[in-house]
Design a binder for this molecule. Structure first.
Ligand code: MN
Length: 129
């Protein structure tokens, strides 16, 4: 067993891949290839459109947000929710306009494939309330 005391720092997520204020902290990257990253989104902030070669599991720790896939379907997410994106599925994730959101991102092997920005129109169209 290995205990890693909290020495992790939060860094601003690359603005070329995110809109708004987004911070991330790499929590672990184990020998089995699992990468776990904490991501905090300010209200209105979101990732660009992207996909993951081996898929991605999100665990929403706090707040409320939304995810959208390329077919236009949107899911409102909140703390305790789990979202799984299958390999190669184009999607984005972010906070709601009226709430911050933090999730854990769990991925294995392979870099994220980044596409274009989520426009305000696309982000707004994701409001299913
Ligand atoms: Mn993703």
């Amino acid at each position: 067993m290995e205990h890693k005391p909290n020495q992790r720092s939060w860094t601003a997520s690359a603005p070329e891949h995110f809109t708004g204020s987004v911070w991330n902290s790499r929590i672990t990257e184990d020998a089995g290839g699992l990468t776990m990253i904490g991501v905090q989104f300010a209200p209105g902030a979101r990732s660009d459109w992207h996909s993951h070669p081996n898929g991605q599991t999100l665990y929403v720790v706090s707040g409320a947000g939304r995810v959208q896939t390329k077919d236009g379907s949107t899911v409102e997410i909140a703390s305790g929710d789990v979202v799984h994106a299958p390999p190669g599925e184009v999607h984005w994730h972010g906070a709601r306009p009226d709430s911050p959101m933090m999730h854990l991102s769990l991925t294995t092997a392979g870099p994220t494939e980044w596409l274009h920005k989520v426009s305000d129109e696309e982000y707004g169209s994701a409001d299913s309330r």
